[in-house]
Design a protein around this ligand. Structure first.
Ligand code: HEM
Ligand code: HEM
Length: 238
């Protein structure tokens, strides 16, 4: 029954919500805390993330808006500190949804924030490529460049897998079990992405540009740790 309700509205079944819950909004098993119970923690985390984004952007912004390079660290910071924690936070909230409607809304927001992060990181990527072409520099010659490239590819893969899984864009009859596999891959790629973003950020903050933009080593370390801490806090704490 739960399967057929899910199929009717074209979404994945929710393991912890009974068929009745799907229509009445009441969970069958022991209720998990409601999303609304965590709003204070979420608000504090968002304020901290916004402060970190502003502080980092203040250091990265160049003297002229025409300098394409600056859009690389700026966009990557907004994507990783502003959006990634929200994506992880929303993914964690799926388990707390008590009705199909609540879950649909949460998945919708998860999808929108993921696409926003992908667009921002693509702008950042294009900016660094244009900047390198303008300066006639070689591509992907540093660990930061290589791991950053993997990070951007994994992000694209994650968005595609998320969409294929959610909208069931695969013939289930020919590949039974494909969606449970995609679900597992999506869960693990999410964690992998957080690790890749943390390493890319840390290495980005060790480049010559970063050493000039943020002179104090402790400040660069602070930014690197803050980036990771905000994402982990969004996923684990709430
Ligand atoms: C998750 C965040 C980031 C990702 C995924 C990322 C990705 C990349 C990639 C793929 C390149 C290589 C471009 C090429 O070689 O053609 C690159 C280069 C570069 N990035 Fe980032 N970046 C991130 C954050 C940052 C930050 C925060 C800074 C500065 C504070 C930064 C500074 C640089 C610099 C200076 C280069 C050129 C030198 C090099 O290739 O190592 N990046 N980045
Ligand atoms: C930056 C991109 C994304 C990241 C980092 C990400 C991360 C995650 C993570 C970590 C989970 C597992 C939650 C858990 O069980 O602990 C998850 C679940 C999920 N994600 Fe994403 N996601 C991304 C993009 C997308 C997109 C574009 C969609 C498309 C709608 C999507 C749909 C889903 C769905 C439906 C689930 C629930 C899976 C289930 O347990 O049934 N995700 N996501």
């Amino acid at each position: 029954m739960a399967e057929s309700i899910s199929a009717a509205i074209n979404v994945a079944p929710i393991p912890h919500i009974s068929p009745d819950a799907a229509t009445s909004g009441v969970a069958s098993k022991k209720p998990t805390p409601r999303i609304a119970d965590f709003t204070k923690v979420t608000q504090v985390r968002r304020i901290v993330a916004a402060a970190v984004v502003l502080l980092m952007s203040y250091h990265f912004v160049g003297s002229s808006w025409r300098d394409v390079f600056q859009y690389h660290p700026l966009m990557m910071t907004v994507a990783c500190v502003g959006f990634l924690p929200e994506i992880m936070h929303l993914s964690n909230n799926f388990r707390r949804c008590r009705s199909m409607v609540e879950r649909q809304q949460t998945v919708g927001l998860h999808l929108q924030t993921a696409i926003a992060m992908k667009v921002l990181s693509l702008i950042g990527f294009v900016a660094i490529e244009i900047s390198k072409i303008q300066r006639k520099k070689k591509h992907f010659t540093t660990w930061h460049g290589l791991i950053g490239l993997i990070c951007i590819i994994v992000l694209a893969l994650q968005v595609v897998i998320g969409i294929v899984y959610h909208y069931r864009l695969f013939p289930t009859k020919r590949f039974p079990g494909i969606f449970s596999l995609l679900r597992k891959v999506h869960q693990w790629l999410g964690i992998t992405l957080v690790a890749l973003a943390a390493v890319s950020m840390y290495l980005g903050l060790q480049t010559h540009f970063a050493e000039k933009a943020v002179v104090e080593p402790w400040a660069r370390m602070f930014f690197a740790l803050a980036t990771t801490a905000v994402v982990i806090f969004a996923y684990v704490r709430e």
